[in-house]
Write a protein that binds this ligand. Sequence first.
Ligand SMILES: Cc1ncc(COP(=O)(O)O)c(C=O)c1O
Length: 347
Amino acid sequence: MTDTTTASSLPATLRQTPTPALVVHLPTFDRNMATMAESWPGPSLRPHVKAFKSTAMARRLADAGHTSFCAATPREIEGLVAAGLGDDVLLANETLDAARLGRISDHAQITVAVDSDVTLDAAIHGGVRSVLIDVEVGLPRCGCDVDDAARLADLARAAGLDVRGVMGYEGHLMMVMDRADRARRVEAAMEILLTAHASVGGTIVSGGGTGTFDTNRWCTELQAGSYLLMDNQYDTLDLPFEKSLSLMGTVISVSAKGWIVVDAGLKALGMDHGNPTWDHGDVFFCSDEHTTLLPREPGEWSVGDRVHLWPGHVDPTVARHEQFWVVDGLDADDVVLDRWPIDLRHW
Ligand SMILES: Cc1ncc(COP(=O)(O)O)c(C=O)c1O
């Protein structure tokens, strides 16, 4: 769909909203926001925008006191800054494209994660002013060895950069099902990060996510983002957050053989965590533009009905859409309250 709808021309109800469409249930979203704020109030939470990629949503968080953000791509940082949300933004990821962030550093406080001489050089030569030393705490992804952290910090300071502290993302522990096991392993991961912090200095120890929000007690700030919208994967954990994001489709075909077909397929969904789910029956299979559903009560469904699917993985689902439609009820006749553009997509 072309991104031409403005707030003044919102569809009146969900029935008038073009599908496939991402729908945010605002009361649930706000409950998730409040629940997280009880544990991580104000700037102690650095919401990660990678999960929702929307400055409108980031603005709602800022209005609730969460004024610092982290991001996974330079594009997300640029978008936050352009929207006036650049009070304290962290690229919690490595980049060689640091000059893009250096160019906007007069308008924002931008900090970049570095884990090597090369990424540090890119930050220095790109005009970035602040860094965190990114330390590997068990996830085989970015992050320097704990023993290399002090050396990188010294190099950064010698080049005139502000080393604000360390970050270490324990992403490999987010889905540890047993809470006690998760807590024990998070503590071990954070011991590595605190060792690095002792040698690096600075005031920030940044890490954590939705899955470890209540077991990580060592970070000075938490980098969670998925908790706002949630998804089927995170919903299998013992977390106090509920799914506020659904993918709405329209029934376009009803078979006498017992299945129905909606116009929302895998091109509208991140599928890396499996098929979406449906409250009224089983998801048979997804194809490009279709999902075939097996309703528990086949006779109850007609062409034109609206259905809500629950995505398996929030981040890649959101990245496929241009907007969220905001509602306080999921019935087809419920009023569309707002449209939040997903304006931080792409790179
Ligand atoms: C660096 C980093 N920090 C934090 C997170 C936590 O995000 P979530 O809220 O999805 O657990 C992620 C997610 O991928 C990440 O990559």
